[in-house]
Write a protein that binds this ligand. Structure first.
Ligand SMILES: O=CCCC(=O)O
Length: 493
């Protein structure tokens, strides 16, 4: 269990933020793991680290520790928990460059984008450090004079979190921060592709004074076994998962036996609609941000771009000019704006979607194929002449492929946009205010970006409807997912 001696030239193996171990009850350990697994840099294929392949037994030990720690953590005054989280936030900011380098090394996104993600992750910690002090209950006017009625809020208890590789810092932070803020403790399983960022965040959490057992990290390849333990262990009262709808469904089923609370941030198939009265340059800028951020590997990425017929060609030309300026490469190289896809599977899916569209009549305006050589790079792609028979209309590509659909009326595009089992994010660009309200209300999505391609923020409720999930992360609502309401009825007064 080790780091390769030259982890990368940007992140020395001796980084004080790295440990070749999981974190259980305040100890850096592999538990009883007898095997290791490798963490790979997707830009170079280089092995960055070998970590203990922890499983169900280590998860159970972490749950025991979290269960014991929860009582004393919840008993601390909110102000004290808030101060500890604030210290964690300060350390994340102070170490943002090193955290970003670790993130780029294991996930691939360009260094400035990785730094942006670290600041975004830290913003959740700051927000919930503040919210910790504002978990208010309520009083209810009783229907008779001899009673008083009150609602208090209490932490749900031990929380299991399972997070994806595409935002290795932000996804974990926006679960752990509200959980810890309200008095829960956490057993966290980061994606096996990107555990190093989670480890580095936990090193800083320890340094900030988060007590032993309050935050635990399990690293390992056997996601199903770790997930089963988290869902099946009665000491865990809630699961918070970000990832595919397919896995979310399995976890929800596993939680059903114990009626365990679940928060699920699942797949999307975001429509991005450009009406003919939109500012086309702003729409292109929005599409660039929404589609090509993180090389298209974002659950809120525009997946289907609908453009009204009269501006279709103009929009396609402007978008192609901008996409042509993107610079694909190793995220550590200055000037690179698009990194690699996470792995070969990611490349295969993008290839499959392009092949399927072309076989049914689409035209490749730009890109359309992998960039040969080392690493898993896919050229930023634009497809025109796409229609609803193609995979790009139904499935999330999770890559830098922009299919441009043509539409004529608002009614038609709203029907097409809503014709999916997903309901996470939607975007549209329009000028007329009457249309803005009508379309915003008609789109069946948890989040709608209007004249913007970027809407994520720690201050806003992030989450989906339909098969895109349950619950919200961020904002004052994000804390509610980690709280139980208790009604107290005081009688005989
Ligand atoms: O991919 C999921 C989350 C992305 C975001 O928070 O903007």
């Amino acid at each position: 269990m080790s780091f390769t001696t030259a982890m990368t030239k940007h992140v020395p193996f001796s980084s004080r933020l790295l440990r070749a171990a999981g974190y259980i009850n305040g100890a850096w350990t592999g538990g009883g793991a007898t095997k290791t697994f490798d963490v790979i840099n997707p830009a170079t294929g280089e092995v960055l680290a070998s970590l203990p392949d922890m499983g169900a037994a280590e998860t159970a030990a972490a749950i025991d520790a979290a269960y014991i720690a929860q009582v004393t953590w919840a008993a601390r005054p909110a102000k004290e928990r808030a101060a500890t989280l604030r210290k964690w936030f300060d350390l994340m900011i102070a170490n943002a460059d090193e955290l970003a380098a670790i993130l780029t090394a294991e996930m691939g996104k360009p260094l400035p984008e990785a730094r942006g993600e670290i600041l975004y992750a830290a913003s959740y910690v700051e927000w919930y450090a503040e919210e910790a002090k504002r978990i208010y209950g309520e009083t209810i006017p009783a229907p008779s004079n001899d009673k008083r009625m009150v609602v208090i809020k209490q932490p749900v208890g031990v929380v299991g979190t399972i997070t994806p590789w595409n935002f290795p810092a932000a996804m974990i932070a926006r679960k752990i921060a509200p959980a810890l803020a309200v008095g829960c403790t956490v057993v966290s399983k980061p994606a096996e592709q990107t555990p190093l960022t989670a480890i580095a965040l936990a090193v800083l959490a320890e340094e900030a004074g988060i007590p032993a057992g309050v935050l635990n990290i399990i690293v390992g390849l056997d996601g199903p076994a770790i997930g089963r333990e988290l869902c099946g262990n009665a000491k865990v009262r809630k699961i918070s998962f970000t990832g595919s709808t397919e896995v979310g469904r399995i976890l929800m089923r596993q939680c059903a036996d114990q009626i365990k609370k679940v928060s699920l941030e699942l797949g999307g198939n975001a429509p991005f609609i450009v009406f003919d009265d939109a500012d086309l340059d702003a729409a292109v800028e929005g599409a660039m941000a929404s589609k090509y951020r993180n090389a298209g590997q974002t659950c809120v990425c525009a997946n289907r771009i609908y453009v009204q017929s009269s501006v279709y060609d103009a929009f396609a030309a402007k978008l192609a000019a901008k996409v042509g300026e993107l610079n694909v490469g190793d995220g550590f190289k200055p000037g690179v704006t698009v990194g690699p896809l996470i792995d070969e599977q990611g490349v295969a899916k993008a290839e499959d979607h392009v092949r399927d569209a072309v076989s049914k009549g689409a035209r490749v305006v730009l890109g359309g194929k992998r960039i040969e050589g080392t690493g898993t790079f896919f050229a930023p792609t634009i497809l025109t002449g796409v229609d609803r028979s193609m995979k790009v209309a139904r499935e999330e590509t999770f890559g830098p492929v922009a299919p441009l659909f043509r539409f004529d009326t608002a009614e038609d595009v709203i029907a097409q946009a809503n014709d999916t089992e997903f309901g996470l994010a939607a975007y549209f660009f329009a000028g007329d205010m009457k249309k803005v309200w009508r379309v915003a209300e008609a789109l069946e999505y948890g989040m709608v970006g209007i004249n913007t391609g970027l809407m994520s923020s720690e201050t806003a409720p992030f989450g989906g409807i339909k098969q895109s999930g349950l619950g919200r992360e961020g904002s004052r609502h994000g804390a509610d997912d980690y709280l139980e309401m208790k009604y107290l009825c005081i009688g005989n007064l």
